[in-house]
Design a protein. Sequence first.
Length: 353
Amino acid sequence: MSSTLYVDLSRIAHNLSVVSDKVGNDIKKMAVVKDDAYGHGAVPVARHLEEQVDYFCVAKLAEAIELRESGIKKPILVFEIPPLGSEYLYKKFDITASISDLSVFERLEAGTECHIHFDTGMFRLGILPEQAKAAREKMKEFDKLNYTGIYTHFANSDDPGHKRVFQQLETFKFIRLMFPDHLMTHTCNSGAIFFFGDHGTYFDAVRPGVCLYGYAPGETQIKDLEPAVEWVSHLVQVKKLSKGDAVGYGSRWKAPEDGWLGTIPVGYADGIFRILSGKIQVEIAGQLYQQVGTISMDYMTVYLRKDYFEQGEPVVILRNGDLSAKEWARISGTIPYEITTTIHPKVKRKYIS
């Protein structure tokens, strides 16, 4: 293998405990493991957390089925609108559907467990507030469905104090009054858990997502969270450089003096954005070295200065601190969880705890 992503499951469990400390033991925890647990591996993460959470949440029905077929027993909520023709699978695999559109009421099989999802200002998925009365009537009409929850999703909770969170919350509270008291109510994603918990947002359950993997959802940092991954590769070739030698596609970097160049067998096909070219470092033998030249599809190069290493020398590409996904995200103008979710599945995962 050209590289390995080490996932520390104990750190993910630690991050869950940080959430629990914040919200208290009486609030249910719905661990979000969508998109292969943000690139960390949905099945291993779910297995490790199952005894500590009350629910799992995923984006797609196929993800929920994979968890079921891997032995996960806890309830699983699917965020997507049920794909046409797949409605029977929710009941078959005991999976909780989201009713995010009025048409879904009549499509689900009797007995299917479901949560009603309202769009209070995200403008992505969800029933609009003006359709709340119609949704309540649909709920009465299709009374053979197993209604167990109601929820919404905040668009700006990564920004502490953002007024739109309060606007969405008030809209949702008004809608909530129209529905039965027994429905489990949940609104909080990672940002809302940590930044808006003093404003009555917790209700019955919270949905920790990116915070489980050690990252804050925005610019404001969250104390005690620990990133859980370390990405390691190795040097496949070391060659001598002379001052002025140009490296990589476009010859965009030239050696400032004589030295050594190391080649690492990972590139943008593995998930290292090309835009990071010349802007990140790697760690070799406890020292940081600058990545130089254009990152190509399968390789990138690093300037070793006067230091020589043998082929096979381990290289740490990504880890907490100077080499963190947060730093990569800052450089490339994105968020840490885009970094982790785009690490290609071909990169071998190893799990430690």
